[in-house]
Write a protein that binds this ligand. Sequence first.
Ligand code: TXA
Ligand code: MG
Length: 326
Amino acid sequence: MPTIIGTDIHQAADFLRKNETVGIPTETVYGLAANALNEQAVAKIFEVKNRPFFDPLIVHIKDVSQIHLFAADIPKLALKLAENFWPGPLTLVLKKQNIVPDLVTSGGDTVALRMPNNEMTLELLKQLDFPLAAPSANPFTYVSPTSAVHVFDQLQGKIPYILDGGSCKVGIESTIVRVLENSLEILRPGGISEDALRSFLPDVQIFGINENISSPIAAPGQLEHHYSPFCKLYALEDHIKLDVQIDAVIYWSKKSEKLKDSGAQNFYFTENGEFSEGSKNLFALLRKLDKGNFKNVLFEWAPNENLGVAINDRLKRASAKRSSII
Ligand code: TXA
Ligand code: MG
């Protein structure tokens, strides 16, 4: 099938009404969307991505009030979070309503909901009378896409349309939280930092990513090996132990202390160390290295605070050895 990249929201909506999958822009990463209430349409997402059925999908909705259509027994805390952070990079895991197909939730009794902060996709959602299930629009375990061309590079021929909303402003996926009556559990670090959640909710107990109270893979898609480029990534501090020829180094910032005489080409996540710039550049840079045929790449961790936590989470998984896949 030919894959069109365009800005025609009506055309994207038509394909979605016909139960096709469409690449959609969000502020985090591009999604591969389909009608969340139609099992046939949702099945196509898994097929195109080569995604295992045990990994549930996030359902994208057009406004806060739609939470009630798809979730049940909603804690007040969830509504408070949605009202403050939506539209934006925060996904809420709540008890699901029956209307949400089992395929979307991998048979589980919770659903992940989010209202994305992208004008085109919000307009698209307004034109549709159903919500959109959408994982990141990359083949399973590869680097997430942050532009329409990234989606095209890997999914061309498999999907009819990619709605082009430019480069993603945040650049890493949403923060996923399980919301309980008066506590929160962070299942995946992302575009809203733990600090931001804590300062918004000073009286609420927040379990960070290393203090999970539910299963260790509570967000089942969070494999040890994930977000992985074809080049091999190694942490900068390990370079002395390596016996491979390093052909590129990605420094956190242009101001980082450089390796002497590495002979490798230098890249930077940021000019000055700004977290938002680092998250925006992260995936595009990994894809660029693959395009440039780099094989062995050193990277410098972000400072482990603020959005650096989510950036480092992606770097850790992207550099994990493939043999560690579960
Ligand atoms: O920013 C984002 O969240 C992007 C954009 C497109 O919205 N989406 C995204 O989707 O990152 P995906 O499928 O690549 O990652 C979704 C994660 C997976 O790890 C999945 O296991 C988890 O969300 N998830 C989905 N439903 C869940 C649920 N009911 N309970 C726990 N985890 C869930
Ligand atoms: Mg993903």
